[in-house]
Design a protein around this ligand. Structure first.
Ligand SMILES: [Ca+2]
Ligand SMILES: [Ca+2]
Length: 243
């Protein structure tokens, strides 16, 4: 039994220690690709960041929208594929009224360990750049509001600001991709994520962003390690019982 306790402690230490030793810092990686690589299958293929993938945590979860859309449908944000063309892709997009600071809220249904929050957009001109603040919450915060109104500061109703995003420096047009991660490998344990959108490009006209897809990526390694650890311990326990 003592051996089992020691092994359990060792297994937990191996899983938990690396995350504690690293100093947490959120990293925002951005990249733009132009039409030389059209990615007409709806899966963006970047050189330095991760493209959109199938089967992420947000897959098929239609976001709650606070504020207005200028086009597209909410479901387009989490239906797997991003846009298959630069121009005229409104049917494949979710386009907020950026000037209104429209909010997209994703409810994962339960607290999950999240490694990355990734967003993808596409347009032939000024509607490709992205600008938003990313907030997160577990839902267990005191006074939590899962859908704060446009004039409610999220941090007054339980939300935590993770980071600010802008890809405007990359220029207009093409495919814009954003990977938000953390140096520890874990962005955090959260149930809710919220994008508060902004106008990315200053313009005389109302400029919206044609968002094509959002991926929320689970932390794979610690979960896998923990399962291996638990599996191994179960086997040891069975052996001990047999002996
Ligand atoms: Ca989509
Ligand atoms: Ca997705």
């Amino acid at each position: 039994m003592q051996r089992l306790v020691m092994l359990t402690t060792l297994a937990l230490a191996l899983v938990i220690l690396p995350a504690q030793l690293a100093s947490a810092a959120i990293v925002v990686d951005i990249e733009r690709k132009t039409d030389s690589d059209p990615d007409a299958d709806g899966f963006f293929d970047f050189d330095t960041i991760d493209g959109n993938v199938a089967g992420d945590l947000a897959d098929g979860i239609v976001p709650t929208i606070v504020g207005g859309l200028q086009g597209g449908a909410a479901a387009n944000l989490t239906n797997g594929a991003a846009q298959t063309s630069d121009a005229g892709n409104i049917a494949e997009s979710t386009t907020p009224q950026n000037l209104q600071n429209t909010r997209f809220i994703f409810d994962l249904g339960a607290v999950q360990s999240v490694a990355q929050f990734n967003s993808y957009s596409r347009h032939n001109a000024e509607r490709a750049p992205q600008a938003y603040d990313l907030w997160a919450a577990t839902g267990n915060e005191i006074g939590f509001d899962a859908a704060p109104g446009l004039f409610v500061a999220p941090d007054t109703v339980g939300w935590t600001l993770l980071t600010n995003v802008s890809t405007a420096s990359l220029g207009n047009g093409g495919q814009h991709g954003v990977n938000i991660s953390d140096t520890t490998g874990t962005l955090g344990d959260y149930r809710y994520f919220m994008m508060v959108t902004f106008e990315a490009v200053t313009s005389a006209t109302s400029v919206r962003t044609n968002y094509g897809e959002v991926d929320i990526i689970a932390v794979p390694e610690p979960a896998t390690l923990a399962l291996c650890g638990v599996g191994g311990l179960m086997m040891l326990k069975k052996r001990a019982r047999r002996a």
